[in-house]
Design a binder for this molecule. Sequence first.
Ligand SMILES: Cc1cc2nc3c(=O)[nH]c(=O)nc-3n(C[C@H](O)[C@H](O)[C@H](O)COP(=O)(O)OP(=O)(O)OC[C@H]3O[C@@H](n4cnc5c(N)ncnc54)[C@H](O)[C@@H]3O)c2cc1C
Length: 533
Amino acid sequence: METDYIIIGGGSAGAVLAGRLSEDAAVSVALLEAGGGGDDALIRTPLAVAAILPTKIHNYAYETVPQPGLNGRRGYQPRGKGLGGSSAINAMVYIRGHASDYNHWAELGNPGWSWNDMLPYFIRSEDNQSLNGPLHGKGGPLAVSDLQTDNPFIETYFEAARQTGFAFNPDFNGEEQEGVGPYQVTQKNGERWSAARGYLFPHMGRRPNLRVETGARATRILFEGARAVGVEYVQRGRKLTLRARREILLAAGSLVSPQLLMLSGVGPAEQLQRHGIDVLRDIPGVGRNLQDHPDFVFGFKAKSLDLVGFSPAGMARMAGHGRRYLASRRGMLASNAAEAGAFLRSDPALPAPDLQLHFVVAILDNHARTLHAAHGYSCHVCLLRPKSRGSVTLASADPAAAPLIDPAFFAEADDLEAMVKGFKLTRKLLDAPALRQVTRRDLFTAGVESDDEIRAVLKARSDTIYHPIGTCRMGPGRDAVVDARLKVHGLEGLRVADASIMPTLIGGNTNAPTIAIAEKAVDMIRAELNHDR
Ligand SMILES: Cc1cc2nc3c(=O)[nH]c(=O)nc-3n(C[C@H](O)[C@H](O)[C@H](O)COP(=O)(O)OP(=O)(O)OC[C@H]3O[C@@H](n4cnc5c(N)ncnc54)[C@H](O)[C@@H]3O)c2cc1C
């Protein structure tokens, strides 16, 4: 069994790699995805994210190791399982990040990754249904649209922002990121548009050179000397191998890509030896440098049936919305929950916003694992460029075991202090008369006033907003894992192309950037292929 390229993982990045590389009929591509087909009514219906997030439906639902910065609590790490990966279970917010993030990547020794280098890939991937202009793309595989919810409550949030003095920003991916505004989402006609739906589904069964294996869990990358030549995987209980004539592209996401490298003998030698794994290449950076956005969620009960919630009147209203969604794909079921947001600076002297808000039209408590019999709203505030660095390490040499995930939230005291500022700024907005008028009860922060009280509630309630990156960091030097062409240092025939290669967190959500990374990877792979032809 041989193919030109093997892609491990069919998520945001893997779907792009497989879809794009198989455009060339002369190359053969095989995609190995551990989960299923990634296409059902739950995935397609945006609001069903509320049912997926707290469960194991299409979701690995990992836990972190106990976090000293969070009073010893274990954090939650949902990750998508199935074609589309996390883009099939995420909140669909379409954000590219700040130009300075990519310029920083280039400054760290990664030529070709500046904002001017990356912008064409964002535009190439995008099919924006409403926004025009030089910064937006039309006709790309990734549908991006305005929300189809027609929810009047969002105006209340915007009014509160106006009352607080925050500028309105109608397009966070335009010239300026800062301000308060609506989110655009990866949807088309009110349905989720995962990376698989955009890049993969239209070609499956139609391109003879594209082979997609689901329920195929890679367990090890096989090497001959320093060259990666194949992948061992398990499918329907059978152990199988597939060989690659040209390259293996690892896209299993920030938590599994480093794990698979380590299981294959590539990683910190001392750790591999501890687990009885033969060391092929000692790369200390594999699994290090884990970064994630620490996030705190305010929650309020409120007097409005325009907010998603559990009540007899709310249920009746939801039934109406269900009928409307079936008929026109509009209304509450088209909601991604986090309908609007903001990018703010905790200090006006900062060169870019360091805080992001997600305004949610429901009470969100403990990743929707704790439900409230009420209507209400929530507001996330997260720190965009935390200083803390965590890790992904092996729990055992068994590929079926989850890795040990340590985001090290608030390990650096500066992160907690920046979040204190973020808490106060967000609260100013939430305290504005427009929201005050409709609010019944502050669920988590009543009486929290002093800095010490704020620190305490932050430690007691913060967790991820689902953006782990950095565990196969791109860069020069011994602690980096891949070079600027995404090739694993010191090895041949092996690249990593997913969120794990980001050297530092970007100022925003990570799906669109991961898709852009994969688009760029395809360009680099094609250039080498054409050179060899
Ligand atoms: C709940 C949630 C909400 C989010 N909200 C947003 C948002 O609103 N906007 C945004 O921009 N970003 C959001 N994100 C983040 C964003 O979706 C991710 O950063 C992005 O999808 C990561 O892409 P990836 O390709 O690196 O990994 P993934 O998309 O996670 O893909 C990895 C794939 O590899 C597969 N895989 C794993 N192990 C193996 C194996 N051994 N063999 C074969 N296949 C394997 C997995 O099943 C999965 O399909 C959210 C994420 C989550 C989880």
